[in-house]
Design a protein around this ligand. Structure first.
Ligand SMILES: N[C@@H](CCC(=O)N[C@@H](CS)C(=O)NCC(=O)O)C(=O)O
Length: 203
């Protein structure tokens, strides 16, 4: 088994953090996105969508999409549970994972990819107006998230889950996107600091 990785890119980092929380070690194959290695025919043979991460099993089967890879490992190594326990908690994890992915990760990603000069080669065409349009969407969702976190340690209550991992990489992704969490959002700041302090955050 090997995991196609990509350094500081947020999606492969989600999988590395997940594996670190589970205590699982998987050999990594570096893919240099800056050198457009993911656009090579060799990598396209692994993932035709030319995106990292990709998990290649020993029989050649490839699983892509960060959360699909995480779910695979959750089934193989159920402890600690990172997708929730029981019907309600699992639904809540799915709900927040998707909310964070669409409304925070996706909007921060749009700001970064459509406004950062380093993305000009990868995001074709870059549409700066779309980057700008996403800035208030990031801010609006952070407000919702702050209110939600007022009486919770993690986004789904007292248990750390994969939704928190998506939250952490999204908040860290704000830095290269030249965005910051507003001072007054104490709950988001407290949550971010706690997630960043976990050993897995270094993965
Ligand atoms: N939905 C995919 C997204 C993967 C993705 O966008 N990966 C980025 C790195 S964070 C990538 O490989 N981008 C290359 C490109 O857009 O050309 C997942 O969750 O794994």
């Amino acid at each position: 088994m090997k995991l196609y990785d990509a350094g500081r890119a947020p999606n492969p980092r989600r999988v590395r953090i997940f594996l670190a929380e589970k205590g699982i070690s998987v050999p990594l194959v570096p893919v240099d996105l800056a050198k457009l290695e993911h656009k090579t025919p060799d990598f396209a043979a692994v993932n035709p969508l030319q995106e990292s991460p990709a998990l290649e099993l020993d029989d050649g089967t490839v699983i892509t999409e960060s959360i699909a890879i995480c779910r695979y490992f959750e089934e193989l190594h159920p402890e600690p549970p990172l997708f929730g326990v029981g019907a309600l908690e699992r639904a809540e994890v799915e709900m927040w994972q998707r909310r964070l992915e669409f409304h925070l990760f996706g909007t921060v990603r749009a700001v970064f990819r459509h406004l950062h000069p380093a993305m000009a080669e990868m995001e074709v065409p870059q549409v700066p107006a779309w980057g700008e349009a996403n800035k208030p969407r990031v801010a609006a969702f952070l407000g919702v998230l702050d209110r939600h976190l007022a009486d919770r340690e993690f986004v789904c209550g007292n248990r750390f889950t994969v939704a928190d991992i998506t939250g952490l990489v999204s908040l860290d992704f704000m830095k290269p996107a030249k965005l910051s969490v507003p001072e007054e959002l104490d709950n988001v700041r407290r949550w971010h600091a706690a997630l960043a302090a976990r050993p897995s955050a270094k993965a």
